[in-house]
Design a protein around this ligand. Structure first.
Ligand code: ASP
Length: 307
C-alpha cells in the first residue's frame, strides 16, 4: 500500500510575516511523518511525529508558542486516533506539557479512558514520567496577548484578523492500510480559563476510521463542535464524495449553519487526500508517492519532486 501524509498548521488570516515560517514548519513536519511511514512505521507513529514537530515549532499555536487564555496562561488540547481499532486518546486544558499529542497517545494506550483533563491529566503525566515544560510562553505571544485583551473582539473578526489561532494537525495512511489522525492546539487567545474547543473532542477536532478515512480540523472551535466537523466530512465520504468534495460540503455547511470558518486535512483509506479551508489562509503540506505538495493561499498548490 502506498503511504500518504497530510499536515496543517492552522486555518486563519496568517500575516505575511509568519507566512514563510508557517510553510517551512508544515514542510518539516510532513517530512518527519513521511520518514516514519517510509521506514515501515504506523500511521499513528507518523501523525504523532508530525504533530510533535509542529508543537515544538514556536510559529504555531500548539506546545511551544501556544496562545494565552484570559489569565495569561497556556492551556493545551490534543487528540490522537487510530483508524484500525477506533482507539482514541485526548487531553484538554493541560499546562506545562510540551507535547500534548504524546500525552494523548499515552491516555489511549495506558488508560481505560478516552480523555483526561486539567489536574487529572497532570497527575497522569507525572505518573508516566512526562517532563514538565516551563518555557511554552513565547515573547511574541506575551506581547500579542497584552495588545489584545478581548476574546470577543478576536472572535468577532474571527479568523479574518491577524490574531493567532493556529492549531496543528496531521492525517496519515500507512503501508498496512491503516489511517490515523492527530490534532493539537493552544485554542483561541483570551479564551476563558477551562474553555475546551473542538480539537480534543472525538468527531469534532479529529476522527479516523479505516472504513472511510481520517480528518484533522482547525478553525473556530465552537462552530466546529456544533457541526462535529471531522465526522461530518467522513459522513460525506461514506456517501461517496471525494475528500475534496466532502471537505467543501462540510465547511460550507458550517458556514451556513453557524457562520463558522475553518479548515481540515482529509485522507481517504484509499489515499485520496485534500487540504481545504474557508479562512484567508492555511499552511498545509502533503507527501504521496515521494512528491511533496504544499500551499498557504486559497487554490494554491506547489509541488516539489524528490531530489
Ligand atoms: N480549533 C481551535 C480551537 O477553537 C483553534 C484553531 O483551530 O485555530 O480551539
Amino acid at each position: 500500500m502506498k503511504t500518504v501524509i497530510v499536515v496543517h498548521g492552522g486555518a486563519w488570516a496568517i500575516p505575511d510575516e509568519l507566512a514563510e515560517a508557517s510553510v517551512a514548519g508544515v514542510k518539516n513536519a510532513v517530512r518527519a511523518g513521511d520518514t516514519v511511514l517510509k521506514n515501515g512505521g504506523s500511521a499513528l507513529d507518523a501523525v504523532e511525529k508530525a504533530v510533535r514537530s509542529l508543537e515544538d515549532d514556536p510559529t504555531f499555536d500548539a506546545g511551544h508558542g501556544a496562545v494565552l487564555n484570559i489569565d495569561g496562561e497556556v492551556e493545551l488540547d490534543s487528540i490522537i486516533m487510530d483508524g484500525e481499532t477506533l482507539a482514541a486518546g485526548a487531553v484538554a486544558c493541560v499546562r506545562n506539557i510540551a507535547n500534548p499529542v504524546s500525552l494523548a497517545r499515552a491516555v489511549m494506550e495506558k488508560t481505560d479512558h478516552v480523555m483526561l483533563t486539567d489536574r487529572g491529566a497532570s497527575m497522569f503525566a507525572e505518573r508516566i514520567g512526562t517532563p514538565v515544560a516551563h518555557d511554552l510562553v513565547t515573547e511574541p505571544e506575551r506581547k500579542e496577548w497584552e495588545h489584545c485583551k478581548s476574546y470577543h473582539a478576536g472572535v468577532k473578526m474571527l479568523f479574518n484578523t491577524q490574531w493567532g489561532h493556529d492549531t496543528v494537525g496531521a492525517v496519515a495512511l500507512d503501508s498496512f492500510g491503516n489511517v490515523a489522525c492527530a490534532t493539537s492546539t493552544g485554542g483561541i487567545r483570551n479564551k476563558m480559563v477551562g474553555r475546551v474547543g473542538d480539537s480534543p473532542i472525538i468527531g469534532s477536532g479529529g476522527y479516523a476510521d479505516n472504513r472511510s478515512g481520517a480528518v484533522s480540523c482547525t478553525g473556530h472551535g465552537e462552530s466546529i463542535l456544533k457541526v462535529t466537523l471531522a465526522r461530518l466530512i467522513l459522513f460525506h465520504m461514506e456517501q461517496g464524495d471525494s475528500s475534496t468534495a466532502a471537505a467543501a460540503a462540510s465547511l460550507q455547511y458550517m458556514c451556513e449553519r453557524v457562520k463558522g470558518c475553518g479548515g481540515a486535512v482529509v485522507l481517504s483509506s484509499s489515499g485520496d487526500w485534500a487540504a481545504s479551508f474557508t479562512t484567508p489562509r492555511m499552511a498545509w503540506a502533503s507527501i504521496k508517492e515521494d512528491v511533496l505538495h504544499y500551499g498557504l493561499n486559497p487554490k494554491e498548490e506547489f509541488t516539489e519532486m524528490p531530489k
